[in-house]
Design a protein around this ligand. Structure first.
Ligand code: SF4
Ligand code: FES
Length: 369
């Protein structure tokens, strides 16, 4: 019997690439990179069984293989279709594909609320990116959007079921990372919902990772809720000696305050190394971490606004000012001396929950906030 070749050739949008047998079209496209790569809302290379749910990754196979050059009759989900030797695929170069992506985006948005102005995921939401790149200007949907009873799934993770796109990533994460999965998909079709059975709290020590895999704002970090917009924070890579996980994280800071801790993500928005709840939810002091330096942020991301690599922290700049100017800087007005409207001693990141006006009352003791 003839031996299987070590690599096979596939052409995607007229760009040839050699890949190992068993590679999917999506993985092959990721090897080429750039616009050729189909969007993927449910596939996650680190989660076994993921993919095949959202249909955002549809592509056209215009030539099946060298042996059987017939085109595939329908668009296929690239995350679930393996490449064949000599296969030719159209992604961005197919009008059919672009039209289908527009339709899929419209479907995903049918029940999705326009929460972006208040959603903590704004700025790093894959559905926002998808609708920006592939969505239409309007919707043809005329019915009321789905609503759900609010469910409290524990002290650290906020569930907004109306935003969920049923990608199953959080379910696979809980199944494959934790020793006891407490949530899953209940009911079928339009009634499907992510829920615990019944009213349980998600408190496994690796369960915080469901926040990072969720492509939308359906699962967010309660300790960061409404504290800041991600593009106002500065992501830095940091590590600590953690007995439970690798301890390699990304800190989202403003000044010297740590607002949020997440896992580091790669260029596809996938977690590089899973982190534990202790690192994510309980280590919110800069002194808990050894800071490595600013994270690399894609320059097309809204998070890259005001994010300059190699910039010193505000306190370092303050210390350098007299040296550079040859004298102490003179402020025209120090707002804190003339007004109580802002209280610099209030650390937003340390308020347990969203900040309210009461957190800034002048007679409130700092320890009360
Ligand atoms: S909650 Fe998020 S990760 Fe879980 S199924 Fe819904 S969209 Fe996917
Ligand atoms: S990424 Fe392929 S179906 Fe969702």
């Amino acid at each position: 019997m003839a031996e299987a070749p070590a690599t096979i050739k596939v052409i995607i949008d007229n760009i040839p690439v050699d890949v190992a047998p068993g590679t999917t079209i999506l993985q092959a496209a990721r090897m080429i990179g750039g616009d050729v790569t189909p969007p993927a809302m449910c596939y996650y290379s680190k989660l076994e069984g993921s993919g095949g749910k959202c249909r955002t990754c549809l592509v056209e196979v215009s030539k099946g293989s060298e042996k059987d050059p017939r085109p595939m009759p329908k668009l296929v989900a690239s995350c679930r279709t393996g490449v064949m030797d000599g296969m030719e695929v159209k992604s961005m170069t197919s009008d059919k594909v672009l039209d289908a992506r527009k339709g899929v985006t419209e479907f995903l948005l049918l029940n999705h609320p326009l929460d972006c102005p208040v959603c903590d995921q704004a700025g790093e939401c894959h559905l926002q990116d998808l609708s920006y790149e592939h969505g239409g200007a309007g919707t043809r949907y005329e019915f009321d959007r789905r609503t759900f009873d609010k469910e409290d799934i524990g002290p650290y993770i906020q569930l907004h079921m109306t935003r969920c796109i049923m990608c199953y990533r959080c379910v696979y994460t809980a199944q494959q990372l934790t020793d006891q999965r407490e949530h899953g998909v209940l009911d079928r079709g339009d009634h499907s919902t992510i829920s615990t059975c019944i009213g349980k709290a998600l408190d496994n020590e690796f369960i915080g990772n469901v926040i990072d895999v969720c492509p939308v704002g359906a699962l967010t970090d309660k300790t960061f809720r409404f504290k800041n917009r991600v593009w106002f924070t500065k992501p830095v890579d940091a590590h600590r000696d953690c007995p439970t996980c690798s301890g390699k994280v990304r800190l989202w800071m403003r000044g010297n305050e740590v607002f949020r801790v997440t896992a580091r993500k790669d260029q596809w928005g996938e977690v590089e190394e899973w982190i534990c709840n202790d690192c994510r939810f309980h280590k919110k002091e800069a002194s808990d971490w050894t800071i490595e330096g600013p994270s690399v942020v894609n320059r097309h991301s809204v998070i890259s606004q005001g994010h300059y690599r190699g910039v010193a922290s505000p306190s370092q700049v303050q210390n350098l000012m007299p040296e550079i100017m040859g004298r102490d800087p003179k402020f025209l007005l120090n707002i804190h001396e003339v007004s109580d409207v802002n209280r610099p001693q209030v650390d937003l990141s340390k308020i347990g929950g969203p900040a309210h006006g009461t957190n800034f009352l002048p007679n409130l003791h700092t320890d009360d906030v």
